[in-house]
Ligand binder design. Structure first.
Ligand code: NAD
Ligand code: IPM
Ligand code: MN
Length: 372
């Protein structure tokens, strides 16, 4: 903490990870290097050799000393993707990803669903302005906590249970973060997606807390939608949505659907943060604590090593990170550069171009230089 205050420099821990992770993060790092070298932003990069290769080499997943230094010294973590067919149990991926999300209590996974070009929208008759929303996905609870167990494994009578944990504090702070974001961004509507018709205990809590919190935001319409119907409505009319708050699992699923509306997983960025909200049980760290930034996509093993992965999600993710670190104008500037890459087809085949991953990075860095 003292180091952060004395130097005022921002230490970015970078975990390229597996599959296409290192390829897309290499381009994101070039953007960061541009800001550091050409624009003088006080950024220090700390590259971490964590992921499947390291795990297969020496069994390391997420060491305590890395965890502690990230919490102590880093301002942000930039992560590519984790997941490798050589590690079928994905233990390393869970240790690292959940180690950061849970360990730093990054309870809000903020996933913008914004199309940066008309032709990215796959729906007939719809254009980019119809796809402009943000999903607040609860990120530290739900079915992801890993509680539960197996009984009589491998027998005909086996039982497998994954517990779905929902706490008042966890639900309330995520919902509040969504409303606060809506308020500060001039949004008029917040949807909460649940499955309270089937999950009557956990999602009755979501319903109750949602409408309770909503009463404090009189200018914002609060609407409930069942998550299955949400998937229908998102495809029928995405323009109806501005902010969606939902639980961990539904947020994961809905944001892949959302990614399809914005041009695919190669275009979807995310931030894992701990916004300060007025909650009696919240702590004093506020949203200045270290946060995690990652593209929504995974390691896409079939694309790895072919120079075809779209790096624009990672470029947009750097934008979210720079905004979090105190340079919000750079997020908008990077969005502008990405929108231009799409408009001019300076992009990979998944979004209609014919450039490779690295060539897109070349173009982005050159365009960024012209964008000031
Ligand atoms: P995936 O996101 O890797 O791929 C899904 C589809 O999107 C594939 O067709 C892929 O080719 C495409 N795609 C993804 N990123 C792309 C990009 N940048 N450019 C172009 N196309 C892209 O999901 P999956 O195949 O279900 O999972 C693969 C592995 O990644 C699994 O091990 C999974 O657990 C892991 N995963 C990790 C993260 C993470 O680290 N945050 C996120 C999702 C999945
Ligand atoms: C994501 C991913 C992860 C999640 C996986 C890899 C555990 O799908 O970040 O969207 O479900 O959170
Ligand atoms: Mn996912």
């Amino acid at each position: 903490m003292l180091g952060k205050v004395l130097t005022d420099r921002k230490l970015i821990a970078v975990i390229p990870g597996d599959g296409i992770g290192p390829e897309v993060i290499a381009q994101a790092m070039r953007v960061l290097a541009f800001y550091r070298d050409e624009r003088g932003l006080p950024l220090d990069i700390w590259s971490l050799d964590l992921g499947a290769d390291r795990f297969l080499r020496d069994g390391t997943t997420y060491p305590a000393e890395v965890r502690d230094r990230i919490a102590r010294d880093a301002s942000a973590v930039l992560l590519g993707a984790l997941g490798d067919p050589r590690v079928p149990g994905l233990d390393h991926a869970r240790d690292i990803l959940f180690g950061i999300r849970f360990g730093l209590d990054l309870y809000a996974n903020v996933r913008p669903i914004r199309a940066l070009g008309d032709r990215l929208v796959p729906l007939r008759g719809r254009v980019a302005k119809d796809v402009d929303m943000v999903v607040f996905r609860e990120n530290t609870e739900g079915i992801y906590v890993g509680m539960g167990g197996q009984f009589k494994r491998g027998t005909r009578d086996e039982v497998a249970i994954s517990d779905d944990v929902n706490t008042r504090k966890g639900v309330e702070r995520l919902i509040r973060a969504g409303f606060e974001w809506a308020k500060s961004h001039g949004k008029k509507r917040v949807h909460m997606a649940d499955k309270s018709n089937a999950m009557r205990h956990a999602h009755e809590l979501w319903q109750r807390v949602f409408f309770e919190v909503a009463r404090e935001y009189s200018g914002i319409e609060a609407k409930h939608v069942y998550v299955d119907a949400l998937c229908l409505y998102l495809v029928q009319d995405p323009s109806a949505f501005e902010v969606i708050v939902t639980c961990n699992l539904f947020g994961d699923i809905v944001t892949d659907l959302g990614a399809a509306l914005q041009g695919g997983l190669g275009m979807a960025a995310s931030a894992n943060v701990h916004p300060r909200v007025a909650l009696c049980c919240d702590d004093a760290h506020g949203d200045t604590r270290v946060a995690l930034f990652e593209p929504v996509h995974g390691s896409a093993p079939p694309l790895a090593g072919k120079d075809v992965a779209n790096p624009l999600a990672s470029v947009l993710t750097v934008g979210m990170m720079l905004a979090h670190l105190g340079w919000p104008a750079e997020e908008r500037r990077l969005e502008g550069v990405v929108a231009k890459a799409i408009a001019e087809k300076k992009c990979t085949p998944d979004v209609g171009g014919d450039l490779g991953t690295r060539a897109v990075g070349d173009w982005v860095v050159a365009e960024l230089g012209r964008a000031f």
